[in-house]
Ligand binder design. Structure first.
Ligand code: GRF
Length: 201
């Protein structure tokens, strides 16, 4: 199964997924890395692994449809079946959502629907919650709003700094995301829609 990872950050989730694939725990290949930040670490990591990279400056294009058309072309060329967002900090538009409906997933560092958007860990600490976690969900047109596929909780202890929580969240992400991708490519994952109805992919 060919997958594309979309990322613009340090790429620790990209690494975790690539390593799980290397260990044959996930029956997929990362055929394409898409990044809207050509200078990001994840771009270098993908190149080191010999993975094809499509990176671009969104400002060079005439709006979202402009660059998403280029991404769509690259995904089609590589026969991409699943798009895995891992720190891609942009909303996905209809140019990609329509052809890849139900085939784009994201990982978010909170138990959605709590704390969507930026700085989810900071939002959780600000709110004083004692439990937060990680969510993997299908991507729709909203900000972190699509049907939930899986979640894992972590406790926030009294003495925790934001860095402590961030670190534990990332440790959970690096196990949960490859697991979910592995189940998706095997056709074993389930999603829960907003009415709480469970459906198999
Ligand atoms: C992750 O924490 C993920 O939850 C969020 O972006 C971050 C990406 O980190 N969507 P990395 O680049 O994979 O290290």
């Amino acid at each position: 199964t060919n997958i594309a990872v979309f990322a613009s950050g340090t790429g620790s989730n990209f690494d975790a997924l690539a390593e799980a694939i290397d260990r044959n725990e996930v029956d997929a290949e990362i055929s394409l890395l898409v990044s809207d930040k050509p200078s990001s670490k994840v771009v270098d990591k993908a190149k080191e692994r010999g993975i094809e990279v499509l990176s671009f400056h969104p400002g060079d294009f005439n709006g979202k449809a402009g660059y998403e058309q280029v991404i769509l072309g690259a995904c089609q060329e590589h026969n991409i079946e699943w798009i895995v967002l891992a720190g891609y900090m942009r909303l996905v538009g209809t140019t990609l959502l329509t052809p890849f409906e139900g085939r784009i997933i994201n990982i978010h560092p909170s138990l959605l629907p709590a704390f969507p958007g930026k700085n989810a860990v900071g939002q959780a600490l600000e709110a004083g919650v004692k439990v937060t976690g990680v969510t993997v969900h299908l991507v729709d047109e909203g900000m972190d709003t699509g049907p939930i596929i899986d979640q894992q909780a972590i406790r926030i202890e009294e003495e925790d700094t934001e860095e402590d929580v961030q670190q534990r969240i990332q440790q959970v992400e690096h196990v949960l995301y490859p697991e979910v991708v592995g189940r998706l490519v095997k056709g074993e994952a389930t999603k829960h829609d907003k009415a709480g109805i469970t459906e198999r992919f």
